[in-house]
Design a protein around this ligand. Structure first.
Ligand code: CA
Ligand code: CA
Ligand code: CA
Ligand code: CA
Length: 357
């Protein structure tokens, strides 16, 4: 692709390009708009490992004669810098361009130091944006404060550029606080010429720490009055979690039988982690059975004897909150003539006993 200055009679003396064919010989850019001429001159090719271009001087009404560059397209034909700031008359008049793979050197007059050497880096021709790919699905466990820290996504991302990636930046910053759940991350990379690209990632903080639970103290209690069970106030467990607790529950029955019952407390955090603790509830039957002896009995001695065989004593009346196991008296097969006090003993199903006479 050859660049040259030409005047088509309409646009003035402007920048043209040609690939050697008639159809491929076209006005590249009307740098000084309209019939006025930009008079491009001093075309100097710049070749680097990553990109090519041409530097030259051109005049515009807005800036005067200043250094320009082109990558061979209208979009890449640009003023490099208005070195001698201002319009026509304030011109730096760049000249004597020399370039190698890294630097472009030329003379110019900035209006204050006279005509002096200037230097540019050849990466000004890099018009190609970098590429960057963020990692997917990065997770971490929440700490004791239900947080984590944003990792270094600049390192985790894969970036490339035709020339050089110069800066990598991320938001939020490395080490910033990441809260439970999804934390969106943005990574932006920029090449030496300011071309940039971004990608997005999600840093997910998960709660993997089970909650803690300490059951209330063990309880020892007697049966409720007149009943064979107890209504128990269990108290409250002590619970904690690094994030949040969703539920605290237990498997206690509505009332407790006469026995040792293990109550299991279960606490669940907001992420479904759970822990359990046990509480022993011991219920005793301390209520003695009731007994009322049969009425006093008067019987005749056996005929011709001074004793009575198998006296008829009747039955005592008994009761218990849980149940009577046995009722007994110590009456023997015979009783001598006289007055006898007969003790009756009732024993409930839990071994409590009572007597009456
Ligand atoms: Ca023109
Ligand atoms: Ca100027
Ligand atoms: Ca680039
Ligand atoms: Ca937790």
């Amino acid at each position: 692709m050859a660049l040259f200055a030409a005047n088509d009679g309409t646009n003035g003396n402007e920048l043209w390009k040609s690939d050697g064919t008639l159809a491929g010989t076209v006005l590249l850019k009307d740098i000084n708009a309209g019939s006025a001429s930009s008079n491009p001159n001093g075309f100097t090719s710049v070749t680097t490992f990553c990109t090519d271009g041409v530097i030259f001087g051109a005049t515009t009404a807005a800036n005067g004669l200043e250094p320009w560059r082109t990558g061979g397209t209208t979009l890449t034909t640009k003023l490099i810098q208005d070195i001698r700031s201002g319009a026509t008359g304030s011109m730096s008049s760049p000249a004597s361009f020399v370039a190698d793979g890294l630097n472009i050197i030329f003379t110019a007059n900035n209006g204050s130091t006279g005509s002096e050497p200037f230097i540019l880096k050849t990466w000004i021709f890099d018009e190609t944006a970098p590429t960057v790919t963020c990692p997917s699905g990065t997770t971490a466990s929440a700490d004791a404060s239900c947080q984590s820290s944003i990792p270094d996504y600049c390192v985790l991302s894969t970036a490339a550029d035709n020339c050089n990636v110069v800066t990598r930046a991320q938001s939020p910053a490395i080490g910033a606080t990441a809260s439970l759940g999804a934390n969106p991350i943005s990574v932006t990379i920029t090449d030496e010429n300011g071309n940039s690209a971004s990608c997005s990632a999600t840093f997910t903080v998960v709660d993997t720490t089970a909650p803690s639970v300490t059951a209330p103290a063990a309880i020892t209690q007697n049966t409720d009055s007149g009943l064979c069970y107890a209504t128990v106030s269990l108290g409250s467990p002590s619970t904690s979690d690094n994030c949040s607790i969703t539920s605290t529950s237990n498997n206690a029955p509505a009332t407790f039988p006469v026995a040792a019952t293990t109550v299991i407390w279960t606490v669940i955090d907001g992420s479904g982690n759970s822990s359990t603790a046990t509480q022993l509830v011991t219920i005793s039957d301390a209520a003695i059975p009731s007994i009322t002896a049969p009425s006093a009995v008067t019987e005749e001695a056996d005929v011709g004897a001074c004793f009575k065989t198998a006296p008829t004593l009747g039955s005592p009346t008994t009761g218990d909150n849980c149940g009577v196991a046995t009722t007994a008296s110590n009456v023997g097969p015979t009783r001598a003539v006289g007055t006898h006090t007969i003790p009756w003993t009732v024993t409930d199903i839990h071994g409590n006993s009572n007597t009456a006479t």
